[in-house]
Write a protein of this length. Sequence first.
Length: 138
Amino acid sequence: MYLRHQKGELSLLWTAVIIGLLTLAAMVALMSARYERNYFSEVWMRVTKTGAGQILQQPQQAAEKAVQPESASIRKCVVDGKVIYSNVECDNANATSRKVQLHDTKGVEAPKLPVATAADKESLPSLREKAIEKAAQH
């Protein structure tokens, strides 16, 4: 008996649609890399700012709040002769344990150049002139 329609397999039309969507996603990823913009995150931000996006995010935000534990303080202690900074291994039972105060830094800043004085400004052209004269003599 000859079957007229395909059964149990993905049709050629839906295969073409899926490949087209994958190609579109790959092209957007390549454009994001080329222009150094993340188009995926821009689209996601636009979607989440809509009313439907807010409704979809409410269960996710509630689940994150339920799962997220309270932040424990970081403590410094000595375990097996090594100094450890941890919120798990350094508990109150350890005699060497003490609470550490954390500070958020801005990172490494470049040193600032000293302000040029009037005497420095006058001496610079003379040094330049001396270098030119010395080079001209040789």
